[in-house]
Design a protein around this ligand. Structure first.
Ligand code: FES
Length: 168
């Protein structure tokens, strides 16, 4: 039984139709996107299903999930704040920014706030090195970049999400 195919059969067929039979494994990225879309992460079951659909191993699928910061294998908050603290950003204060934001939210990098609104993560270069401190936000609405940030500006953003959540 393939849960992903049961749930998104037509959409998956359309994706697979774009690739020649011998290149099916190249469809792993769009299939991961479909799997992650609803819950914000790719479950072990999803990885098994994708592996079966593409006749590759679950380890191959998991290695792609692990490599790209846009894919996740664990459930997180409604918003993922991904702070770049790679070297160029660290030289512009990214570590202090990350510490300050985490302190304010009462979490450590990788953790989610108790209200489930925000997960804070440290990631590698996001190609905005001269705009640090910077982060990208992943949510069900897509991805947004926030550059030249302060703890105050980031907290303001989080407060806005919390208000949105409170108002339903
Ligand atoms: S090192 Fe942070 S965006 Fe490049």
């Amino acid at each position: 039984m393939n849960h992903l195919r049961d749930q998104y059969g037509k959409e998956i067929e359309d994706v697979l139709a774009r690739y020649p039979e011998t290149q099916k494994r190249a469809a792993v990225m769009p299939l991961l996107y479909i799997a992650q879309r609803e819950d914000g992460y790719v479950s072990t079951q999803d990885m098994d299903d994708i592996a079966e659909l593409l006749a590759i191993s679950t380890t191959d699928v998991a290695s792609i999930v692990g490599f790209y910061t846009l894919y996740h294998d664990e459930q997180a908050g409604r918003y993922r704040i991904q702070v770049c603290n790679d070297l160029p950003c660290a030289l512009r204060g990214a570590d202090d920014f990350l510490d300050g934001l985490c302190d304010h939210l009462g979490v450590k990098p990788g953790e989610t706030t108790p209200d489930g609104v925000v997960t804070v993560e440290a990631v590698m270069c996001l190609a905005a090195c001269d705009k640090a401190p910077m982060f990208q936000v992943q949510s069900y609405d897509g991805i947004a970049y926030h550059e030249v940030q302060t703890v105050k500006s980031a907290v303001k953003l989080v407060d806005g999400w919390r208000k949105e959540k409170a108002s339903g």
